[in-house]
Design a binder for this molecule. Structure first.
Ligand SMILES: Cc1cc2nc3c(=O)[nH]c(=O)nc-3n(C[C@H](O)[C@H](O)[C@H](O)COP(=O)(O)OP(=O)(O)OC[C@H]3O[C@@H](n4cnc5c(N)ncnc54)[C@H](O)[C@@H]3O)c2cc1C
Length: 403
């Protein structure tokens, strides 16, 4: 008799788990609350789906399962994911190691997964949200409908982008089955700042380094294209450090960031740069003196913050004010008061405590129950790492559940 497996959640993790379990000989049924599977995939990578990365390893992930992540990625790393999608028929392209379907369409990834669900004769129930999982004589009973299974794979996602169906209800299902949930917070999201000056620079994009401090201690840093918004900081480098801010803010800690608009220069190099410029152009009015350093709007903001006047001649500025100015280029301090919410976050940090699952992603509390994807307390950085985790953990859980 084939082992009967239910997969709850038709995201990338659930679909991969279902396919892998069916490949391994199980009789698989997939339940998806939405009227279609894989809705979130379509919005990934700005519609192009950055599904994995050539640089792979546990160091690109956070959460309670460093060893677990490593162990899963050793078996189902980038090579596995590439081979999996090539077998399904996808041509792949790499942009600096970031992997995309060659079609540049996220729908390609979703279509190929859907076709494979069909090909493997996996029963897919859409519009069917599972509200309760009970157990009886070693079997699992799913509600509504009282359907009975030998094993269940929970792949309901986290709480990020709830309009796509992953609204945190999977955590409640896991909790009722005895699992501890590490408090979920938004991650890969923008940071909201206290200062009101952001309105003056909203829309500016520039190369910058952003360093995050929690209670005055450096917690994370990243460099890349910063996007300034009317409420604070956004862009990839901000996304990368946002989970640390979210966790600290949840614990009511003080969070600040230092933005360096001259990320190639340390403080001493920055001082020398300004000194040399001053020696060369002492007669310039300050606006003219600063033109060409960084974006015009940033120049004029920093000038104001340093307490200087636009018409002031560079050479007549007193040394203390001049030092205040170049230090602002080196590191503009800003107070982080909040992150954007789950509606505008790409992933959710937190979830089912990885200490409570085996290397095969089976529950240590309830044998036969498995987890895959973002429902677990594993969150990757930007760059294809979260989808890679969804595919890798889905494959591992599907394979193990089928045995
Ligand atoms: C805008 C955006 C862009 C992103 N871009 C990228 C990117 O380029 N690269 C990358 O690696 N990652 C990206 N991500 C993150 C990535 O999409 C997620 O990490 C990944 O989709 C998680 O997969 P999952 O299968 O675990 O969960 P989800 O994709 O969230 O899927 C979970 C599914 O379970 C269903 N479900 C929930 N509860 C139930 C229930 N009780 N019964 C039945 N069904 C249920 C939901 O409807 C949903 O379809 C992005 C995310 C967003 C929001």
């Amino acid at each position: 008799m084939k082992r009967k497996i239910a997969v709850i959640g038709g995201g990338p993790a659930g679909m991969t788990a279902a396919i892998r379990a069916a490949q391994a000989g199980a009789d698989v049924t997939l339940y998806e609350g939405n009227d279609r599977v894989g809705k979130k995939i379509l919005s990934t990578g700005n519609g192009r789906c950055n599904f994995s990365n050539e640089k792979m390893g546990a160091q690109y992930y956070h959460g309670s399962g460093k060893d677990l992540t490593e162990c899963i990625l050793e078996r189902f790393g980038t090579e596995w994911t590439v081979a999996f999608f090539e077998t399904l028929g996808m041509r792949i392209k790499s942009r600096d190691g970031y992997l995309y379907p060659a079609s540049d369409q996220a729908s390609t990834v979703l279509d190929l997964l859907r076709y494979e669900l069909d090909r493997r004769r996996i029963t897919v129930h859409t519009g069917k949200r599972i509200t309760h999982i009970g157990t009886q004589n070693g079997k699992f009973i799913l509600m509504p409908g009282k359907m009975c299974y030998d094993a269940v794979i929970l792949a309901c996602g986290g709480c990020a982008a709830p309009e796509t169906g992953s609204d945190g209800n999977g955590f409640a299902l896991a909790e009722r089955l005895g699992h501890r949930i590490v408090s979920p917070v938004p991650a890969l999201c923008a940071l909201r700042c206290r200062e009101t000056f952001y309105k003056q620079v909203a829309g500016v994009r520039c190369d910058a380094k952003v360093t995050l401090f929690v209670e005055g201690r450096e917690a994370a840093a990243d460099r890349g294209e910063l996007q300034l918004t009317d409420y604070g900081l956004s862009g990839i480098p901000v996304f990368q450090i946002s989970r640390h801010a979210a966790k600290a803010l949840r614990e009511k800690k003080q969070v600040t960031a230092l933005v360096s608009f001259l990320p190639d220069l340390d403080e001493e190099a920055c001082r020398k740069f300004f000194k040399k410029r001053l020696d060369l152009r002492p007669d310039d009015e300050m606006t003219i003196f600063l033109t060409g350093i960084v974006n015009k709007k940033i120049n004029s903001l920093l000038l104001k913050l340093a307490g200087m006047r636009e018409k002031e001649r560079a050479g007549s500025v007193d040394a203390a004010s001049f030092a205040r100015l170049w230090r602002l280029y080196c590191g503009l301090e800003t107070k982080i008061v909040d992150t954007n919410g789950f509606e505008r976050a790409q992933v959710c940090a937190g979830g089912v405590d990885c200490g409570e699952v085996t290397e095969n992603l089976m529950s240590k509390k309830l044998p036969g129950l498995y987890f895959a994807g973002e429902i677990l307390d594993v969150d990757g950085i930007c760059g294809g790492y979260n989808l890679q985790w969804a595919f890798a953990s889905g494959a591992a859980a599907g394979e193990a559940a089928a045995l």
